[in-house]
Design a protein around this ligand. Sequence first.
Ligand SMILES: *Cc1c(COP(=O)(O)O)cnc(C)c1O
Length: 238
Amino acid sequence: MHASERVLSIAANVARVQERIRQAAQRAGRDPASVRLVAASKTVEVARIRAAVAAGVRIVGENYVQEARRKIGQLGRTTVEWHLIGTLQRNKVRYVFDLFDMIHSVDSVLLAEELNRRAARLGRTMPVLLEVNLAGEATKSGFRPHDLPAALERLAGLTHVQVRGLMTIPPPTPTAEEARPFFRALRELRDQLQRQSGGELELAELSMGMTADFEVAIEEGATLVRIGTAIFGPRPGG
Ligand SMILES: *Cc1c(COP(=O)(O)O)cnc(C)c1O
């Protein structure tokens, strides 16, 4: 495919994904505006991200600080929101304030504390989501559900980190339908944590659902869907 054809297909892909988001929301009796698309653009070069933005993408999700830094340097920060959706190492925390509007992947209290320290020094506040490892996979980072109440208590004391909700990446399943129990579990966990806090906590965001299963995630309450392949095509080597 020529570069110009790829750019055209990105515009068509964005339109198709937005339509599928709208239909899934309507099926679930939800306002389509309550679901925001995050274009997951790891390994995707800047020209193709620009095409997605021209087609209406408003949030770009990157996995790696270094890669994001290079791309944001070229695309700028103002036309879209940039979200970090990949694992953040504590020694990279100092870079995130110039790059990201939200971090989906806070996976430990120590990381949140480091973010808070840096944010306080800069006079900033960072909105974050807590990544939850629902299936207890050893290879995946994230909070175990039973550790969340204690973690949230510690995070409540951090004045420069704002916990806005939860994020999860379920284990791969053969069909989208088989991912539903994980999405439902994240929503129920959120509801339970809010209830237990007696109205203190507001965890409005649920970041869940990718190309293979985002419609099911929307039916279960996703407010942020992170979609790469359906917009940009298959990634090299993946
Ligand atoms: C790559 C990635 C996505 C997008 O995955 P697709 O299957 O290509 O839609 C979503 N979330 C995270 C954390 C990712 O790393």
